[in-house]
Design a binder for this molecule. Structure first.
Ligand SMILES: [Zn+2]
Ligand SMILES: [Zn+2]
Length: 255
């Protein structure tokens, strides 16, 4: 008999504590779903603002455009249907993957600023390296995935919305890679993942921005955007990394 139990289901099993346990599990699941939803909404808003700012820069700072693609063919409903479809798909995908795996990815222990900083830097560097390998060998060498990646390369000189002009399988593989990197280096605090996911989303937009400013603080972003613009020109070129130039320089694929 469990002390204080009003309804025993068997020796040592109390219906009250069982119901409390189930309720606590449901409540913590709901609580996590709300945190995840808040993160997605925040990143969604920040991405929208970044897209708007880069679009304005593209219009009002023509001298900073990386390439003036006046004859661009990919526009209108063909562009926007895929961009908005991918936006919804990637949000649903992040929610589903992170929710399903949150027990493996996150720690409930408080994380120090030093540990969180280490996690953010290490996850971004590991992602950058593994993405370099995936992009160079899987998307540019392996026939089946080459066709998938060719959708993104249909854009020869990207601007911010083109960061979402992707085949859904490429969206899935990119997000899955980020989650695998988090899992390898984790478990991390949820706040740490929020920062990683925010940086990942914003850098993906900025590297496709189509503008480069030669001013302190924006020089590195402009450099990566120029490199990525060159990468889009052909399926046979270099510049495979999208966060740092380290791996292209190290493996001789920088252009
Ligand atoms: Zn490519
Ligand atoms: Zn791209």
């Amino acid at each position: 008999m469990v002390p204080g139990c009003r309804r025993a289901l068997g020796p040592g099993v109390c219906a009250d504590s069982l119901a409390r346990g189930v309720w606590e599990l449901v409540a913590s699941g709901l609580g996590f779903a709300m945190s995840l939803l808040s993160l997605l909404i925040l990143v969604f808003v920040l991405s929208g603002v970044t897209m708007l700012v880069t679009a304005l820069a593209h219009v009002f700072a023509p001298r900073n455009r990386i390439y003036d693609d006046v004859g661009r063919k990919l526009r209108g409903s063909k562009l926007w249907t895929r961009v908005f479809g991918n936006m919804l798909f990637s949000s649903a995908l992040v929610f589903a993957m992170v929710y399903a795996l949150h027990g493996w990815l996150f720690t409930k222990e408080p994380t120090s600023v030093l540990t969180a900083t280490w996690h953010v830097v290490a996850i971004m560097l590991l992602y950058d390296f593994l993405y370099y390998l995936m992009h160079r060998f899987a998307f540019h060498e392996f026939t089946a995935l080459k066709r998938v990646h060719a959708v993104h390369h249909a854009v020869r000189h990207p601007t911010a919305p083109d960061s979402l002009y992707l085949h859904p399988l490429e969206t899935f593989l990119g997000l899955a890679l980020l989650i695998v990197c988090t899992w390898i280096l984790g478990p991390v605090g949820f706040g740490t993942f929020a920062i990683v996911f925010g940086i990942y989303s914003l850098l993906n937009i900025l590297v496709h921005a189509g503008v480069a400013f030669d001013v302190l603080g924006l020089r590195a972003l402009g450099y990566m955007a120029i490199k990525h613009d060159k990468h889009h020109n052909s399926m046979r070129g270099g510049n495979f990394a999208s966060i740092t130039p380290i791996w292209d320089r190290l493996f001789g694929t920088a252009e």
